[in-house]
Structure formats: C-alpha cells, structure tokens
Design a binder for this molecule. Structure first.
Ligand SMILES: Cc1cc2nc3c(=O)[nH]c(=O)nc-3n(C[C@H](O)[C@H](O)[C@H](O)COP(=O)(O)OP(=O)(O)OC[C@H]3O[C@@H](n4cnc5c(N)ncnc54)[C@H](O)[C@@H]3O)c2cc1C
Length: 290
C-alpha cells in the first residue's frame, strides 16, 4: 500500500521531504498520475504538497515576481498577464482547462521535459529557481536548472519553492507549434523578451533539444544590430535581412531529434518561422509603446 503524506505548511513539507527522500512529490498530479496509471511509477510513498499555502502565493516587488511552486496555469493566466506576458501566454497554451486548473509551474520544472511550456519564458526572462531543503535555500538560474531530458539539479531532500522572474519592461512573446489546440504538447516553442531599459534581448526554445535552450548567438546578433542602428531610441521598422538573420540564428541554436511529434528538420524550419514572427510582433509592439 502506498503511504500518503500531506503536509499542511512549508516547514512540515521540508521536514517530511528530509525524512522521506524517496517519496514521490506530487503537486497537481497531471504528470505523476499519468505515470502511475501507465505503470511507469509505483511509488511506496507520495508527498502531496498541494495543501501547502506558502506554495500558492504570488508576490510582487518593483522589479520581480515571486511565483510559488504550486501556482497553477489557470492562476498564471488570470494573475500575471501584465507582469509577465510570455509566461501567461505559455500558460494559456497548456493542455485543457482541467489540466490548467491542476498543473503547476513547480510540477513543470519538476518534470523538466524539454517540451515544458513554462521553460522558454523563464529562460528568456532570466528567471531564477528558488530551491529549498531543511538545510537552507539556494537560487539557481533557469539556464542552469536543466541537465538532460527530465533531469534537473534538484538534490535528494530538496523542493522547488518558487520562481523569481523580472517583471516585463517591454514586449514579450510566446509562440508554439503543435498539432491541436488544447492538449497539445509542443512540437517546438519559442519565447522572446525585449527589455528596452537594459537594451537586452532574451530567448528560450522548447522541445528542440535535450533541454530547453537559449539562442545566445541570436540574442547577441539582435542586440548588436539594434544598438548599432540606434533602434532602441528611435524605433523604426526592422530590415527584413535583420529579421531573417535573427530567425536563422534561432534555428541554428536548436538541437532537435526526430520523434513521434515531428522531425528534426520540421522543428528547425518551424523555429525559423516562429522566430521571424515573434520578432516582428514584439518589435511592432515596442514601436507602439508610449
Ligand atoms: C492531457 C495533458 C496535457 C498536458 N499538456 C501540457 C502542455 O501543453 N504543456 C506542458 O508544459 N505540459 C503539459 N502537460 C504536462 C503537465 O500538465 C505539466 O508538466 C504540469 O506543469 C505538471 O504540474 P503538476 O503540478 O501536475 O505536477 P505533478 O504531476 O504533481 O509533478 C510533476 C513532477 O514534478 C515533481 N514536483 C512537483 N512539484 C514539485 C516541487 N515543488 N518541487 C520539486 N518537485 C516537484 C513531481 O515529483 C513530479 O516529478 C500535460 C499533461 C496532460 C496529462
């Protein structure tokens, strides 16, 4: 019989995690229950963190949002649209309403699928993951969190407490290709963040490599061109060769495989298209900003 642990607060959750390092953590259960139903997991002990109130809090400072690990997609959609448009847009594309009501941002990180929809916006925004255990808390950059498909830096006894994300100071876009709206796992996805105050560009690529990726050369290329042409101060339409140069570099950053959802060649092609569109949308929005 499976033991079921249900802490009522955060200190209790960390203590139980330390006492039961082999327990399977469950938040919304939308990944865990599928694995149990298909017989891929048969845990002796479940640690259900869905009743921990501290994990359900979204708090704001002037610069950042701290989003508790057990915040669901439905809440992201409803509550962070103006603070973090790309993450809210990603939440909108996740599964069906039922999945969005149960699935959490911490569970997405816990699973660490290369196709997880939260990951590209977190990478593009240079988010940090707050990880805790009974011995303390550490912050890990989103770019350092993922190690391999479905593997991350979490150690035994640790839980994701929250994600810290800089608030949007400019346009943000999330775009995803898949076969069907609702229940669609990304064939590939892309987040693009423009940050006019720091003149930085951020990217995140999903489902086109062993882990979620950043298109660093594409970011550098675009930042250099925008700075050289004085575009941040006097934004004008972007030249087509700049848009295609950016899109080519995003596509070149991908390290996709062929799988049931799409071929590697299709993913590279789709990413190039998404990158061109995302930059066009984001730049049009920037030009209209007061
Ligand atoms: C029909 C369907 C459609 C889906 N569509 C999408 C989609 O479009 N996009 C997408 O990205 N995903 C999708 N998913 C996958 C899933 O919904 C997400 O990954 C979701 O974010 C998981 O969150 P959860 O709270 O349900 O996680 P759970 O299933 O409870 O846990 C997932 C993993 O994370 C671990 N975990 C959970 N919380 C923590 C924590 N705080 N600290 C450490 N480890 C933790 C668990 O141990 C487990 O390994 C879909 C799933 C289904 C069944």
């Amino acid at each position: 019989m499976t033991a079921f642990l249900r802490p009522a607060n955060w200190p209790q959750a960390l203590e139980l995690r330390a006492e039961h390092p082999d327990a399977l953590v469950v938040a919304g259960g939308t990944d865990v229950c599928v694995d149990i139903n298909f017989g891929r997991l048969s845990p002796e002990c479940l640690l259900d963190i869905s009743a921990v109130p501290e994990l359900a809090v979204i708090s704001r400072s002037d610069e950042r949002l701290r989003i508790g690990a057990a915040v669901t997609y439905s809440r992201l959609l409803a509550e962070i649209q103006t603070d973090l448009p790309a993450l809210a847009a990603a939440a909108r594309t996740v599964g069906s309403l039922q999945i969005r009501n149960r699935g959490t941002i911490g569970g997405n990180l816990g699973t660490s699928s290369p196709a997880g929809d939260c990951h590209p916006p977190l990478l593009a925004s240079r988010a940090e993951i707050e990880i805790s255990s009974v011995t303390g808390t550490r912050m890990v950059a989103a770019a350092e969190f993922f190690l391999a498909p479905k593997r991350n830096v979490l150690r035994p006894g640790e839980l994701v407490a929250a994600v810290h994300v800089p608030r949007a100071a400019g346009p943000q876009v999330f775009a995803k290709t898949g076969t069907r709206n609702a229940m669609v796992i990304a064939i590939c996805s892309l987040a693009l963040v423009l940050d006019p105050p720091t003149r930085r560009v951020g990217t995140g690529i999903g489902s086109a490599g062993p882990v979620p990726l950043q298109a660093v050369q594409a970011q550098d290329y675009l930042m250099e061109a925008l700075n050289a042409e004085g575009q941040w101060d006097r934004p004008r339409p972007l030249p087509p060769d700049l848009i295609s140069g950016f899109a080519d570099r995003v596509a070149a950053a991908a390290r996709p495989i062929d799988d049931v959802r799409g071929s590697a060649a299709y993913r590279v092609h789709a990413l190039r298209v998404l990158a061109g569109r995302a930059l066009t949308w984001a730049w049009d929005e920037f030009r209209e900003m007061p």
